[in-house]
Design a protein around this ligand. Sequence first.
Ligand code: DC
Length: 248
Amino acid sequence: MKNNDPKSKIQNIINTNTITNTNTKKVNVIAIDGPSGAGKSTVSKILANKLGYEYISTGAMYRLVGLISDEMGIFNNNEKVKELCENIGEKIFFKNGRIYYKGEDYTEKIYENRVSMLASEISKRKVVRSYLGKLQREIGLKQPSILEGRDIGTVIFPDAKYKFFLDASPEKRAERRYKELKEKGENVDYEKILEEIIKRDKNDSERELAPLKKADDAIYIDTSEMTIDEVIDTIIDYIKSEKHKNRN
Ligand code: DC
């Protein structure tokens, strides 16, 4: 039987990995999806500041769960990972673009290169996606928010008022990631980074649950030859224009 309770609708979205929300009312969320290195985080942070929205990196949540379960030695134990995710909502919080777990700032640690693959691997699991997905929806609804990730426009907020899909060539994305890690003092090799980016794209877009995918009604922006400011201006122009109102 169809359940019309709004909460159940949200649960359906998260659990079934399909867009079941038939409610046409849009929520005040900007969904920014795309592969790694397309510029999502930088763009989202600046936009959030300019527009007075809360910035939420959903990738940071998968990174955190990947890192913590690795540190606890439970990465391959689904039951233990489930326990970790079950009450993570009480232990995690975002502030000024940083992520805290049990009061400790994990922002630097989760962006170490080795954590990228841990996050990509753990994010394939149903138990992880359903707990984190529910949490993302809850946090995003508390205030006007910008959420960036892989499945925000398709699964978490199919009803977002604005949706963008940022993309760039794998070479360009690897170049950006290489520079970023070099600046942080990590010892990295460009070819290896490119290889990892291609592997992660494959992992994220070919997985069964909530794969990386442009929502049909998202605006596609190829950032390969664009500056950050140009991407931001493109998004703001779109938001200011009334075009989004014509979306289904
Ligand atoms: O955005 P990021 O590179 O920090 O994300 C790390 C990994 O987390 C990414 O490879 C896939 C996963 N992820 C996801 O599955 N769904 C999201 N909404 C965000 C990230």
